[in-house]
Design a protein around this ligand. Structure first.
Ligand code: SAM
Ligand code: SF4
Length: 326
């Protein structure tokens, strides 16, 4: 489906839960969040119906995110039914990796072929500081499991924050030299919890790439791995993995944006950075047909802004990244 700027909207990111087993400092407040009551969250079956409706108007790629998608009961079933939709040709998950060792085999068997795992540090003590409650070893086991299962590509996401993990840029990048891993550095965005962090903590992709080249050698541009989205990718020498940069702030990629988001509470959000949402849960729960639900996706595409307005700061004070779907 085309939006008003003639962009082909074919990618749906679904926040399958607002809940998470970690409390990353830039994503959630220390005290945690007031969880949305269960009945307001879409059921797995409702998500399955909405994926079918979205596929009917041209969605070809689905990503499950959150919150932490792997804490949602029924996530394996959801993967299986999304994989069963004939016209969906790409299904992925963004996860913190904590439960990947345990759930990886079932997810693979259900049809998952690739995965993005968040990894901001290789230091055990620091991992606990950043995530407040997590164990780095669990994520490492998750990454190993993903590689062993042959999920491909396995992408790692690191948000670089000054004074927090900017001294680990080279160590993180080296993972792509030593293993067939695709290490992506993400610029910190002023969203929810991190709004106030950005002034002091922001590190540009340019600064990260300069540090990587100084430490590891020249970055040579390469073709994007499957499902590469907005990142630009590079390789060092004959390394098995690649290094990518996601420059949401320093060089926005809105002209190529092909996505809609479905929030955990059943709204379609055309742009992460715009408060505007279209309710699809009410028609869904009132018995709307697949065709009527499909039309909501088309409507959402039509009102997708031509670009984000991050420079204006985060205005949606009631929402965190985990509730919209990061
Ligand atoms: N829990 C899963 C995870 O951590 O991968 C999925 C949801 S999380 C919100 C998705 C991604 O968003 C993670 O890679 C996380 O690091 C990133 N993220 C969260 N807050 C961010 C922010 N303010 N700026 C940039 N990336 C952010
Ligand atoms: Fe949870 Fe992911 Fe947010 Fe960390 S970034 S608190 S793992 S949702």
């Amino acid at each position: 489906m085309l939006d008003a700027c003639q962009r082909n909207i074919n990618y749906l990111r679904i926040s399958v839960t607002d809940r998470c087993n970690l409390r990353c400092v830039y994503c959630m407040p220390a005290e945690g969040v007031n969880h949305i009551p269960h009945e307001e969250i879409l059921t797995i079956e409702e998500m399955e119906t909405l994926v079918q409706a979205a596929a009917g108007v041209g969605i070809r790629k689905v990503r499950l995110t959150g919150g932490e998608p792997l804490v949602r009961k029924g996530v394996v079933k959801l993967i299986r039914s999304v994989a069963d939709v004939e016209t969906i040709d790409d299904i992925a998950i963004t996860t913190n990796g904590m439960l990947l060792e345990q759930l990886g085999p079932q997810l693979r068997e259900a049809g998952l072929r690739r995965v993005n795992i968040s990894l901001d540090t290789l230091n055990h003590r620091r991992f606990k500081e950043i995530t407040r409650v997590g164990r780095l070893q669990d994520v490492k086991n998750g990454i190993e499991t993903a590689l062993k299962l042959g999920l491909h590509p396995v992408k790692l996401n690191a948000v670089v924050v000054r004074g927090v993990n900017d001294d680990e840029i080279i160590d993180l990048a080296k993972l792509a030299v030593d293993y067939p891993l695709h290490m992506r550095f993400i610029e910190l965005m002023p969203i929810g919890q991190s709004d106030s962090w950005v002034k002091s903590g922001f590190v540009s992709a340019q600064e990260v790439s300069t540090a990587v080249e100084a430490g590891l050698g020249k970055l040579q541009p390469v073709n994007k791995p499957t499902g590469a989205g907005p990142a630009s990718y590079y390789r060092i020498g004959n390394a098995p993995g690649t290094i990518g940069f996601i420059t949401a702030i320093s060089n926005h990629f809105c002209t190529a944006c092909n996505r809609l988001r479905l929030t955990a509470t059943g709204s379609i959000r055309p742009c992460l950075y715009s408060e505007r949402e279209l309710d699809i849960k009410t028609p869904l729960r009132s018995g709307a047909s697949l065709l009527e639900l499909s039309r909501q996706f088309v409507k959402a595409a039509k009102v997708k802004p031509n670009r984000h307005n991050m420079a204006g700061g985060w205005k949606d004070k009631t929402k965190l990244m985990s509730q919209i779907g990061g």
